[in-house]
Design a protein around this ligand. Structure first.
Ligand SMILES: Nc1ncnc2c1ncn2[C@@H]1O[C@H](COP(=O)(O)OP(=O)(O)O)[C@@H](O)[C@H]1O
Ligand SMILES: [Mg+2]
Length: 776
């Protein structure tokens, strides 16, 4: 949220070559049509061209440029979640993610790049239709082997790289370098063999090779890495043999496919057998992997761990695997090839099972780490492995008898789902529950699954589902008879009772759950249920008892560095302090939580703190703060699909704060102030509360359009379009120094420290980014 658009585009690892005309065509088409699809076979360069366009057109889209790689997504129903996650939106909604996306995109002049849509054409078409209908200023650029088939879709067929004609074989080297394919070959050959030069001797051979490979960038890249050990002449000759084999084997196949296949197969065959094994086994990862993961999943007696680094290095050197900082990944074309080989070798199922086991071990370590001092680390680590986690769960769902393990995997990830993906987590768990076999072993898993599904449903405000899951697990826990099972069942039922305003019932159930957790030695469970029990005691008027419960638990969490759990307990304690009339202490506690939450970005806690602070503000008769905080809380929870106002007495506190602020400010001023809060991002709202910037009164969000002079407004708009001082000066035909002076004054008046903040201010105050920019 609120990050500069370019940060969301992946970095280029190799120089971008050629494509001047295509890039210009694509830019032009993107101006005249709202949905543009780049089509062409695998390896032709669709993704590179699309990313290049997104980067160079970035300034025409002040609302944001987002790119989403869909190659690793197998479940089409997760498409909206995947897109919103790539935009940095939290995923906690039980209502349609598409609606949340529409909401977010509706007034933004943005560019959405959906990369690699071919295996999800129908769902992508559906999503594109919905988004384009809802937002007039949005443009969508997709890459796909086939068009989406949406009305109004423009198609751009990405051509191969230019190749020298046979007649130009005798052209001088510099002339040959003007061909994109030759230029790519030379650039990649020099990367593996720095002494390589294109000259009169090898020029015609390189030209021939590029022709043979039909200008397909991926094929040329794979050929170029062979320069490590072969001459151009040898490469041409061996490729020739390959073509003969292939054309005999696959008569009638499209030739373009054949030359790429020839190149990929040749690369494969040339590898040492163990490197080949590694290539194929690595294809069970989706969304990349790190070294430790590769070792856990791919190594065995046949492929010893000691040799892994060397073998991985071999694959990177041959352009089969891409190294991206500390992670590795594979181009989809090469992954699919390897995956087919893995299936052919009969190893696919066993390797997927090992991949799942690795995910389970990771999730188990995360559970422990989350309860200790490493919550922040695990929050990020799991976020990076999201695609692998999905793949592992998918494996458990589609393979008979594996649902039990899948359920334990999903259940271990409970804090991750709450912070990052409530609706996705609940969906996985409910599908796994439905796939469970019968029997005692399954029942133990089922109790945990029902707990998690019910607990997540509670945060989504789906109380009927919380009841359903709670009741089902109660019967099961009774039969199983162990403490942990009973703890899970009674906890969910207690939460549901509190939502039904049955507070004595909730107190009894939550107290029982707490005892069961204690007897089972489950500390995080104890912390969670303690917070909820204390909240219910507050409603029952047993405030001191509630405070007495929170204190030791908070101390325990603080002592163990379990800051995330601490923030849940502390938020309940803050509300108890408010009920006791100690507004200063309540405020102090809530601010501390918001500070802690900068590490987690947990929308549930952030929204709750903003909401609680509005109740405190209304207690202090500060109607203005109460109003904007209510708006900010509503937006934070609303965007995330969290709904907690039906819980305990929160709905009443909320209604009281609203009524007070409305009566005190008057209808119009209340609405205006509330909306000001609604338009803030959670991060801005937190800044206001913590007074990181100025107070809301003279903060950027408050500064009115008419406090800037018309000239300054004009310049603020250009700043929001990404123009530098120099370009602004050129555009307005003024001296650069004058432009600088204006920009400095704007920053000062708005209380901003960066141009990005000015852009954000402009967008939220001008009712949109203004006229479409022709800047560049
Ligand atoms: N214009 C380009 N400049 C440099 N490398 C390119 C270019 N186009 C494609 N490539 C390289 O060729 C390979 C295949 O390109 P990619 O865009 O992934 O193809 P596609 O998306 O059509 O499957 C990648 O390794 C990519 O980096
Ligand atoms: Mg691609």
């Amino acid at each position: 949220m609120g990050s500069p658009p370019s940060r969301l585009l992946p970095a280029d690892l190799t120089p971008f070559i050629g494509r001047r005309e295509e890039a210009a065509d694509v830019r032009r088409l993107l101006e005249s049509s709202r949905l543009l699809t780049l089509t062409g076979p695998g390896g032709i360069g669709k993704t590179r061209l699309a990313l290049h366009t997104a980067r160079t057109k970035h300034r025409a889209f002040p609302g944001g440029v987002w790119s989403v790689d869909l190659s690793t997504l197998t479940d089409p129903s997760l498409l909206p979640q995947t897109v919103s996650a790539a935009m940095g939106l939290p995923d906690v909604s039980s209502t349609s993610r598409t609606e949340a996306l529409i909401d977010y995109l509706s007034d933004r002049q943005g560019l959405l790049l959906l990369d690699n849509c071919e295996h999800l054409v129908d769902s992508c078409a559906q999503l594109a239709r919905a988004l384009l209908r809802a937002s007039e200023s949005l443009r969508i650029l997709t890459t796909s082997r086939q068009p989406l088939g949406v009305e109004g879709e423009q198609i751009f067929q990405v051509p191969p790289f230019t190749v020298p004609l046979e007649t130009s074989a005798v052209a001088p080297a510099e002339a040959l370098l003007r061909y994109e394919s030759v230029s790519l070959f030379v650039s990649r050959a020099q990367a593996v063999f720095p002494g390589f030069r294109l000259d009169a001797g090898n020029g015609p051979l390189v030209a021939r090779l590029c022709r043979d490979l039909e200008g397909i960038p991926l094929a040329i890249e794979l050929a170029a890495v062979r320069m490590r050990s072969l001459s151009v002449e040898e490469i041409v000759a061996r490729l020739d043999d390959r073509f003969q084999l292939l054309t005999i084997g696959h008569r009638g196949r499209e030739t373009r496919q054949t030359s790429l296949t020839a190149m990929v197969e040749w690369s494969y065959d040339l590898l040492d057998p163990l490197d080949r094994t590694l290539w194929t086994r690595l294809t069970v990862f989706t969304g990349g992997f790190d070294l430790a993961a590769a070792e856990a999943v791919c190594c065995d007696g046949e492929l010893p761990a000691e040799s892994l680094l060397d073998r991985l290095h071999n694959l990177v050197e041959r352009s089969i695997v891409i190294r991206d900082d500390r992670r590795y990944r594979m181009l989809e074309t090469l992954r699919q090839f390897g995956r087919a080989r893995l299936a052919g070798s009969g190893e696919l199922e066993a390797t997927r099972a090992r991949h799942r086991d690795w995910c389970r071990a990771l999730a188990a370590r995360a559970t422990t780490g989350w309860a200790e001092s490493e919550q922040r680390h695990w929050s990020r680590r799991l976020e990076a492995e999201r695609h692998n986690i999905r793949a592992a769960i998918e494996y458990c769902l589609t393979t008979p008898e594996e649902a039990i393990k899948g359920l334990y995997l999903a259940a271990d990830l409970w804090p991750f789902w709450l912070v990052h993906a409530v609706s996705e987590g609940r969906r996985h768990v409910e599908r796994l529950l439905a796939a469970l076999p019968r029997g005692a072993e399954a029942d133990a898993a089922k109790v945990r699954g029902l707990w998690l599904a019910g607990w997540l449903a509670f945060y989504q405000g789906d109380i009927a589902a919380a009841h359903r899951h709670g009741d089902e697990s109660a019967a099961l826990a009774e039969r199983l008879g162990d403490d942990l099972s009973r703890a899970y069942a009674t906890y969910v039922r207690g939460l549901a009772a509190a939502c039904d305003h049955d507070y004595p019932g909730a107190k009894a159930l939550l107290s029982a759950a707490r005892e069961h957790y204690d007897r089972a030695g489950d500390r995080p469970g104890h912390w969670l249920v303690t917070a909820d029990l204390a909240g219910v005691l507050g409603v029952l008027g047993e405030i001191d008892a509630g405070v007495a419960l929170c204190g030791p638990a908070i101390e325990q969490c603080a002592g163990r560095g379990a800051r995330w759990n601490q923030s849940y307990l502390q938020w309940i304690l803050a509300d108890l302090r408010r009920l006791q009339g100690d507004l200063d202490e309540a405020t102090r506690l809530l601010k501390e939580i918001l500070e802690i939450n900068r590490d987690f970005d947990d929308p549930t806690v952030i929204g709750a703190c903003l909401e609680s602070l509005s109740w405190v503000a209304s207690g202090r008769e500060d109607a203005d703060s109460a109003a904007w905080l209510l708006g900010a809380a509503h937006a934070t929870w609303g965007k995330a699909g969290i709904s907690l106002l039906q819980y305990a007495a929160w709905g009443e506190a909320h209604a009281d704060a609203c009524a007070y602020a409305r009566a005190s400010l008057g209808e119009a001023a209340f609405d205006e102030t509330y909306q000001r809060g609604e338009h803030m991002t959670p991060a801005t709202a937190i800044d206001h509360v913590l007074k990181k910037k100025a107070s809301p009164h003279d903060s950027p969000a408050r500064t009115h359009i008419d406090e800037l002079t018309p000239r300054e407004l004009e310049i603020a708009k250009l700043v929001s379009e990404g123009l530098t001082n120099k370009r602004i000066a050129q555009r307005l035909v003024i001296a650069q120094r004058t432009a600088e002076g204006h920009v400095e004054r704007i920053l000062r008046k708005l209380g901003c420290t960066s141009r990005a903040q000015v852009a954000a201010w402009w967008i939220s105050h001008s009712g949109g980014p203004g006229t479409r920019s022709a800047a560049g």
